[in-house]
Design a protein around this ligand. Structure first.
Ligand SMILES: Cc1cc2nc3c(=O)[nH]c(=O)nc-3n(C[C@H](O)[C@H](O)[C@H](O)COP(=O)(O)OP(=O)(O)OC[C@H]3O[C@@H](n4cnc5c(N)ncnc54)[C@H](O)[C@@H]3O)c2cc1C
Ligand code: FES
Ligand code: FES
Length: 1334
């Protein structure tokens, strides 16, 4: 039978009908919204469903139940062809600054939940969808809805606090009529209401109420369409490379499947989509089964339930939850185990899209669902045009990696999930690198049938994922347990059998082999405990049973943000010191804010993609671009030969080719660039470039190797105070240790982006770039094109995050793009794919720190000798400066009388690392603090005492003879101890640890002293240009680039004070080399200090010009004075300039003043560690920070929280994985885990030190962008403390090594439990590791 077919796709976007003829199946909703509909509010962050930046709401009408479903999806994974009959709502569709803001947009903005704003529309849409379904959500609902949305700036606290206001639960504000955020803790642990004294960051009273009746209605046309009873036609779409058929009936689908057995069935596209995008898989034909009703049927039977294979995982979850509530607990054991796995599988968006059948058929080795379905005796119903059959979902079903027993012409129609019977217990567990939205490392499920009234095993089934190529059954273990009592002794025999049958070779893909093997045991042990508890509960066993540890806590508590309010005497016009909302927050929350890639295309614009090296160290023998030129749409290929000017950038005497010329020095180095009419064509062109290489010998990847071969970028830095060698002779103890610390990916949500537009005459170019340093981009482009700088204007509207990664690397990318624009004489745009960005642009330097420390019995450190080796990658970039900053910060907060340091950047064959928030200091200080921890452990002293004893006090001198006053450092320390109730916390932790064997808590408190300003004096300058227009409005331009840190907001506040006008009259449009030339980078936490002074200068000049007019007419308005000035021929435009501090460092004399002043802070953190899996939760964090007199407390607190969470990621979870030949594996959020909502401390409190002054910076403020990254190490040390408690239970005491990041893998293995001891690590050198510690 054949049905009529149509190639018209119909769906709605924001209430408007969209009809597309012959849509390309490869076009996803994200690119359609952005490129075709010009709805650029929805952002591209990763393209793989892993970041949530592209979240939109999809609504569908279900004719059977006559209901409308709303669900969030990641638009990057939704092919538009799957949207027939659906309504899409984007951030633009719910509210705007021009009409009416939606409360969801308003609250995230006003609660300071939007910094760079790139994640904000996605956050807004996740929350909006939740409210459409549940106008009064619980905190748990909010947490779940936001779990798939990543933010790299805020640390999530303000987002949660903003959205908490929608929730009606008791833990939200106004509990007992008192705002919980106003309850201030005092030292004795009591709380008192400080409502009158405590200023708030935002006022809830200002928020518009949520009015569900105002929402956009579901298009009636789509309801009519869905209700239509005529046989649905097959939709047919034919794109450039792929076609898609979407039949409307099962019969038609099966017919198509017979004709095209090789065509995959397209459902949620969460497996097919990433394989097409990231692995380059091409399917000439796909068949969509989304419109086939039979695949969504749910049939209940007395034995269980048949669930249609097309049902989404979210639908499955709701169905099972309903069944659990309707059936006896003993019948729902399997349902409960499945729901537990489902809740943690992917993000809500993924679960809304992914189908049950698609999940099973994807047959991931570490699938969360397949082990529990298999252990639970589930089966599937298969159908083809000639046959129907049922297959058990068991070990045999999963044939090999990604393969099952299903025949090509068959489809999975439904899945049977049985009820459990009395005595049948089921449990499922998973462990993943991040608590939420992360594929499991190991996952497993167990079903045991016990003999009635006893603990004898009558039947048992145990399945694992993540320990082989498929879902596997632990068959021999099951046999060994059959007919046995459920007891510890039987279990201990099972461990050996488990290890024996679940073999993982040491070089197994995915690495973490020892850990995965430990997890097979510890998860099994958890099952054992869980089932024991259940048996006890059922009364089938008696006596004491060991406790089953509770899951880690997850309830987010209200937090405290404590800051000083401005004095009552301050003019209401004067915005300085007030928690003013980020100036662009509302534009960001409505999707109106324009980022580089949101700029409309210039006519004739081309797109650029880079072809990169696949070799770590090789000669280029031949570069063949002929195939690339044949790719449809490709216009040209740019090689090094096309560069008219400088082909390389020179740093510290070392060259870095813009495009490789004769040799490549790392995998991922740009070799050439392909320009084409579209992004897709450019990418295909780049993939078609062929390079013949001749390998060069002995590439260097690891720091050990670089040290062995003295492969360094000079200058290295040596520094010494006192006489270290002599001092070692007179101390009570000498200890030598060290720590390795992995690098970090910037993971700014907006990838590197640039648009180069040739103006067409006089070799003039306009650039729209996402850069922290517009002037450097201007100069690099000018030098590359061999034109004067006055022909290049660099515009920066805003950046979607940068964190140091867009200082130098942005210039290189712009220069390559400019060559393409030069050669083709057309505008060229380049926006790096997330994977390319991660591969090419480098990140934070991995570091090896070694130390020798001499100390006394009482804990005084007398001498320390520290060595630092930073992995710089293949080019120098800023690495020698990073080594320098390390050498200058190796004292941190401690006055060590004899101190020696050596720091060097190592040259390796890896991508070139660059500046990253903190510029080496976060790595450097971890080493110092680890050394202090070792000293404490050696002496058996509390580590906070050792810190206290050695801390700078009062007027002090650094190891490079810079004088400073450490008073505020100590104030922060004391205040933090008081705020966190340190002693009480320690006692509580000790108590907890005594009572718990498998969970331990740990605490840590760490200080920081951070130098502000550039050590290179010439960079301490800034300029500003301020215009007053005739209507009184003011336009400010300065050198700072707005990247979320709120520099524009602060500059408005400065101008407001100096001009005595409200900030509403002041506007900042962009940062441009055309208005403010020769700028310095927005970096080193110096942006506000420098630009603030320049803006102040310009405003003061203007105000002085207006002063006589104001004095003459004091009652006049601002507008009248400005108007008078204009008619008096007084210039209403002025430049301001700031000549910053003359910092210097004389390395020969080891003497200098490389910083203007120090910012101090102290952080306390407490964690709870699950010793069996290494998983942890930060229970509480309290930070006290000396930011002087804050210009904007909401911005400063935002910087502190965001940097802390970035530090938490750095020290405890973010792991870059490089293969043995230097290939970066971790190229997206699926493999590289930055902190998500689930990682924020459950109680997260920030206190700004009151009553402090700083004579060195504007209005007595202090730079704050970078220092708190290091404070994230408090979580690292708290984990170490918890591990130490676990080791103590195993009889181990004293120093032990824990490298950074202290991932669950490292933490679990460091506990040295009886499980880890069963799995010795493979001998290094005896195998080729899957990944290197570089
Ligand atoms: C960001 C992200 C995070 C994720 N996190 C997790 C996680 O934490 N844990 C986890 O286990 N999984 C995770 N996944 C995987 C996810 O669960 C699967 O990709 C998903 O279930 C596949 O379903 P789908 O409908 O999207 O399949 P599609 O991509 O549409 O199809 C996948 C395959 O299944 C076949 N297929 C689909 N339906 C049928 C059918 N009815 N009959 C026969 N063949 C069929 C197709 O031919 C295709 O080969 C994640 C995925 C993403 C993108
Ligand atoms: S861009 Fe779609 S989830 Fe990241
Ligand atoms: S504000 Fe969330 S990524 Fe910048």
């Amino acid at each position: 039978m054949s049905t009529a077919s149509s190639n018209t796709l119909l769906f709605f976007v924001n209430g408007k009908k969209v009809e597309v003829q012959n849509a390309d199946p490869e076009t996803n909703l994200l690119s359609y919204l952005r490129d075709k509909l010009r709805l650029t509010g929805t952002k591209y962050g990763c393209g793989g469903g892993g970041c949530g930046a592209c979240t939109v709401m999809v609504s569908r009408y279900q004719p059977r139940t006559k209901t409308i479903f709303h669900f969030s999806v990641t638009a990057c994974l939704v092919p538009i062809c799957q949207l027939h009959g659906a309504a899409v709502t984007t951030v633009e569709g719910i509210g705007s600054t021009k009409t009416r803001l939606h409360p969801v947009q308003e609250r995230i903005a006003k609660a300071n939940g939007s910094q760079c704003g790139f994640c904000t529309p996605g956050m807004v849409m996740s929350m909006y969808t939740l409210l459409r379904n549940k106008p009064q959500p619980s905190m748990e609902d909010i947490r779940e809805a936001m779990s798939g949305n990543l933010c790299r700036c805020t640390g999530y606290r303000p987002i949660i606090d903003g959205y908490r206001t929608f929730c009606q639960e008791a833990n939200c504000c106004q509990l007992n009529g008192t705002c919980c955020q106003n309850r201030e803790r005092v030292p004795n642990g009591e709380e008192h209401n400080g409502l009158q004294d405590t200023p708030q960051l935002f006022d809830k009273g200002e928020f518009q109420p949520l009015d569900p009746t105002q929402e956009v209605i579901f298009p009636p046309e789509l309801i009519l369409m869905a209700e239509r009873t005529s046989p649905p036609e097959t939709l047919s779409f034919c794109g450039e490379r792929m076609s898609l058929l979407s039949p409307g009936s099962l019969e038609e689908l099966l017919e198509l499947k017979i004709k095209h057995p090789e065509a995959p069935l397209l459902m949620g596209n969460t497996h097919l989509g990433p394989s097409i995008k990231f692995k380059g898989v091409v399917h000439t034909l796909m068949i969509s089964a989304l419109r086939v009703q039979e695949l969504f049927a749910v049939t209940h039977t007395p034995e269980g339930v048949w669930v249609g294979a097309g049902c989404s995982l979210s639908e499955l979850l709701s169905l099972l939850q309903k069944l659990i509530s309707e059936n006896l607990p003993e019948q729902s054991e399997l349902f409960r185990a499945i729901t537990k796995q489902l809740r943690n599988l992917g993000s809500l968006q993924i679960r809304n899209m992914a189908s049950l059948g698609g999940h099973i058929m994807s047959a991931y080795p570490n699938s969360d669902l397949n082990p529990v379905l298999a252990a639970g005796n589930c089966k599937i119903s298969l159908v083809s045009s000639s046959e129907r059959r049922e297959l058990p979902l068991n070990q045999e079903f999963f044939v090999s990696f990604g393969k099952t027993l299903v025949r090509p012409e068959e489809i999975v129609l439904s899945v049977f999930i049985p009820f459990t019977t009395k005595g049948e217990l089921v449990s499922a567990l998973r462990h993943a690198p991040r608590k939420e939205t992360a594929f499991s490392t190991v996952t497993c499920a167990m079903r045991v049938l016990f003999s009635e009234g006893s603990s004898v095993v009558r039947d048992i089934s145990v399945y694992y994922g993540g320990v082989g190529a498929t879902t596997v059954k632990a068959e021999k273990t099951c046999q060994a347990l059959f007919n046995k009592e459920w007891s510890e002794s039987v279990l201990s025999q099972a461990y050996d059998i488990l290890l024996d049958e679940l073999v993982l070779p040491p070089s197994a893909p995915g690495g973490k082999v020892q850990f995965r093997r430990v997890l097979t045991l510890t998860l099994f042990f958890k099952f054992y405990l869980e089932l024991l508890q259940k048996l006890k509960h059922m009364g089938w066993i008696s006596g004491e049973v060991p406790e089953n540890p509770l899951p880690l806590p997850s309830d987010i508590q209200p937090s405290v943000q404590h800051f000083q309010s401005v004095s009552n005497a301050q003019s209401s016009h004067d915005a300085v010191g007030r928690p003013v909302m980020h100036k662009a927050a509302l534009s960001q929350a409505t999707g109106e804010a324009v980022y580089c890639d949101d700029m409309p295309p210039v006519q004739g614009e081309l797109y650029l993609a880079l072809a990169t090296s696949s070799k770590p160290y090789a000669k280029i023998k031949q570069l063949d671009v002929s195939a690339a030129l044949q790719v449809p749409g490709v216009v040209d290929v740019i090689t090094a030969e096309d560069i008219p000017g400088q082909k390389a950038r020179m740093d510290f005497g070392y060259n870095e080719d813009l495009l490789a010329q004769t040799e490549v020095l790392c995998v991922g180095q740009p070799v050439c660039a392909v320009v084409a009419d579209t992004k897709a064509h450019a990418k295909r062109g780049a993939a078609a470039v062929r390079v013949q290489y001749e390998d060069l010998p002995d590439p260097i990847f690891t720091l050990e190797d670089a040290i062995l071969k003295s492969s360094y970028f000079e200058p290295s830095r040596r520094i010494e105070k006192g006489n270290v060698t002599e001092a070692f002779k007179s101390v009570d103890h000498v200890y030598e240790g060290g720590i390795y610390m992995g690098g970090q990916e910037h993971f700014y949500m907006e990838t590197q982006s640039t648009l180069v537009v040739p103006v067409g005459e006089e070799r003039e170019f306009h650039l729209y770039v996402s850069t922290q340093w517009p002037s450097s981009t201007q100069v690099t482009v000018a030098e590359t094109l061999s034109i004067p700088s006055n022909r290049v204007v660099c515009h920066v509207k805003r950046l979607g995050g940068a964190f140091g990664g867009k200082v130098t690397k942005a210039a290189n990318l712009s220069a390559i793009t400019a060559v393409a624009a030069w050669k083709t004489n057309r505008a060229v745009r380049c926006v790096l794919e997330r994977g390319d960005d991660m591969l090419i642009t480098g990140g934070r330097h991995p570091l090896l720190g070694k130390y020798k420390v001499g100390f006394m019995n009482d804990g005084r450190i007398v001498a320390a000798d520290l060595e630092y080796y930073a992995n710089a990658g293949f080019s120098a970039d800023e690495s020698p400066l990073i080594a320098e900053k390390i050498a200058l910060h190796l004292d941190n907060a401690y006055n060590i009388p004899h101190l020696r340091g050596f720091a060097v950047a190592c040259r390796t064959n890896l991508p070139s690392n660059t500046s990253f928030r903190g510029f080496g200091v976060p790595q450097c200080m971890l080493v110092v603090e680890n050394m202090i921890t070792d000293v404490a452990m050696k002496l058996g002293m509390p580590v906070d005492k050792v810190r206290e004893l050695n801390m700078y006090r009062g007027p002090s001198v650094t190891h490079y003879k810079m004088e400073f006053d450490a008073k505020n450092l100590l104030l922060c320390w004391d205040e933090c101890k008081r705020r966190c109730e340190y002693n009480a916390r320690c006692r509580a932790v000790e108590q907890f640890n005594k009572q718990n064997q498998w969970k331990k808590r740990g605490v840590a408190i760490v200080p920081i002293k951070y130098g502000i300003a550039f050590a290179e004096s010439f960079l301490n300058q800034a300029a500003a240009l301020v215009h007053i227009y005739k209507d009184g409005s003011v336009l400010v331009a300065h050198a700072g680039a707005e990247m979320g840190q709120g520099v524009h907001t602060k500059m408005q506040q400065v101008a407001s004070r100096e001009l005595h006008i409200p900030i509403s009259k002041i506007y900042i449009s962009e940062t441009s080399t055309g208005t403010v030339p020769n700028t310095c980078p927005s970096a080193a936490s110096f942006g506000t200090d420098a630009n603030g002074m320049a803006v102040k200068d310009a405003c003061q000049i203007l105000y002085q010009r207006l002063k006589p007019i104001i004095d003459k007419n004091p009652e006049g308005s601002w507008e009248s004075w400005v108007n008078t000035a204009f008619f008096d021929k007084i210039s209403l435009s002025a430049t301001g300039f700031y000549r910053g501090p003359d910092t210097y460092m004389n390395w020969e004399e080891v003497e200098g003043r490389p910083y203007s002043y120090f910012t101090y802070g102290v952080c306390f953190s407490e964690v709870e560690l699950d010793c069996l899996t290494g998983d942890y939760r930060t229970l509480r964090t309290d930070i006290v920070m000396d930011v002087g007199r804050s210009i904007n407390p909401s911005v400063d607190i935002g910087q502190i929280e965001g940097a802390f969470i970035q530090g938490l990621g750095l020290y405890t979870m973010e792991e870059l994985k490089y293969g043995p030949s230097g290939v970066l594996y971790t190229r997206g959020p699926s493999q590289y885990k930055i902190p998500a909502v689930c990682d924020m401390p459950l109680s997260f409190n920030i206190y700004l030190l009151p009553d402090t002054d700083n004579p060195h910076a504007i209005y007595s403020s202090k730079g704050i962008g970078e220092p708190s990254v290091f404070l994230g190490s408090a979580v690292f040390f708290a984990i170490k403390d918890a591990v130490s408690a676990a080791r103590a239970d195993s009889g181990l005491s004293g120093v032990f090594s824990l490298d950074s990041p202290s991932t669950p893998e490292r933490a679990c293995l460091a506990t040295a439990s009886r499980f880890t001891q069963k799995v010795p690590a493979s001998k290094p050198g005896s195998f080729k590791p899957w990944a290197l510690d570089i």
